[in-house]
Every structure is written in structure tokens, then in C-alpha cells.
Design a protein around this ligand. Structure first.
Ligand SMILES: CC(C)(COP(=O)(O)OP(=O)(O)OC[C@H]1O[C@@H](n2cnc3c(N)ncnc32)[C@H](O)[C@@H]1OP(=O)(O)O)[C@@H](O)C(=O)NCCC(=O)NCCS
Length: 172
């Protein structure tokens, strides 16, 4: 395959027809050695979930990468991301992440959270380059087999709930 520059890539919201390709890429690039949780049915549910955004990066008809984020009021969670080996180191994941971070910031989200396999040095380097910092290591997080690294990127200061709103008089 000829090389792909980031400029040849179009970002779009994923459709149902992308689910099988995303699931296969997740099995091979993200979950390798751990089993296969993100099968097509689960990916279809993520694509349909109104609290999630699943993006795909295409070179023509070929799906080169994907990223999926779930949104809450205060936090968002980057659930899955991968770029085909032939498309890596051309800024595709950076473009998808920037898109999601901008969307999260516009939605008023305070911070983005994610977990990755501790052995995944490439992804760790990628997230550090994108401004994420490590907060915690969780031994056995992946099916008791592998440690997870938890990372965060803060977009704004967290909302402080005024104490009088939290306080309740003790019941008698
Ligand atoms: C991690 C991953 C998504 C990065 O995708 P990508 O499109 O290659 O990343 P980008 O080209 O946007 O990289 C942006 C920056 O991140 C850093 N980076 C990315 N991959 C890196 C690597 N393998 N080693 C060191 N730094 C890396 C670099 O600073 C890079 O900028 P540069 O190329 O100008 O030096 C990709 O390697 C991948 O799909 N890996 C397998 C699946 C996976 O690990 N997913 C994430 C965990 S769920």
C-alpha cells in the first residue's frame, strides 16, 4: 500500500457498517492476548449510544483508524483507539484525539480519562505527547493478567459543589 499522509484522511462519525472492521482492529491491535471483548455487536451499541462518539479516519473507502469516547457532564472516557500499522506515525490518532478533545471542551467536560495496558509503550508515548499524565497503576485490571495505567488530561478546573448543597441535617 502507498503511504498515507494525514491530509489524505477524512474524519467522520462511525456508522453501523463500520462495526465489524472496528471490532477486528480492536481484537488485533488493542486486545491482542487478552481475549476479544469489543466484538461487532458491542461496537454497534457504542456507535448507537447517544452518550458516546465513535470517530473513524478513512483514506478513501479504507478505514485507517477509529476512536471512541463516552461523555458525562464532568468527565469523558476515551474507551478505544487504534490506527492501522500502515497508517501510524502520520498524525491520524492526533487528529482524532484533537477532534474529541475539542468536542469535550465545547461540551463543558472538565477532564478526559483513559486506561491502557502497561506494556503498551507506543500508546503511552502517544498519550504523553498529547498532554495526558499518568495518575495510577492498576495491577490485574485486564482480566487479572495485566496492569493498567490510568491517565488524565484536564480541560478545566473541576466544578466545586457548594457545601450547603451537600449538607443535610441528621435525621432524628
Ligand atoms: C497509539 C496509536 C493509536 C498512535 O496512533 P498514530 O496515528 O500512529 O499516532 P500519531 O501519528 O498521531 O502520533 C502523534 C504523536 O504521538 C507520539 N507517538 C505516537 N506513536 C508513537 C510511538 N510508537 N513511539 C513514540 N511516540 C509515539 C509522537 O510524539 C507522535 O508525533 P510524531 O510522529 O510527530 O513524533 C497507534 O500506535 C496504535 O493504534 N497502536 C495500537 C493500538 C493502541 O495501542 N491503541 C491505544 C490504546 S487503546
Amino acid at each position: 500500500m502507498s503511504s498515507v499522509s494525514s491530509q489524505d484522511i477524512t474524519l467522520q462519525l462511525a456508522g453501523r457498517a463500520d462495526a465489524q472492521t472496528i471490532a477486528t482492529m480492536s481484537r488485533d491491535l488493542v486486545e491482542s492476548g487478552l481475549g476479544w471483548e469489543y466484538r461487532a455487536e458491542r461496537i454497534r451499541a457504542m456507535i448507537a449510544d447517544r452518550d458516546m462518539v465513535t470517530l473513524v479516519a478513512r483514506d478513501g473507502d479504507r478505514l485507517m483508524g477509529f476512536a471512541s469516547m463516552s461523555f458525562g457532564d464532568e468527565h469523558a472516557h476515551l474507551v478505544l483507539m487504534a490506527v492501522r500499522p500502515a497508517g501510524q506515525r502520520r498524525g491520524i490518532a492526533r487528529r482524532m484525539t484533537d477532534w474529541l478533545l475539542e468536542t469535550a471542551a465545547t461540551a463543558g467536560v472538565a477532564s478526559i480519562h483513559l486506561e491502557l495496558r502497561a506494556q503498551n509503550k507506543d500508546a503511552y508515548a502517544f498519550y504523553r505527547a498529547l498532554g495526558f499524565t499518568e495518575t495510577l497503576r492498576l495491577p490485574g485490571y485486564y482480566r487479572g493478567l495485566e496492569t493498567a495505567v490510568r491517565m488524565i488530561r484536564v480541560l478545566r478546573a473541576p466544578r466545586v459543589v457548594p457545601q450547603p448543597l451537600l449538607w443535610r441535617p441528621p435525621s432524628r
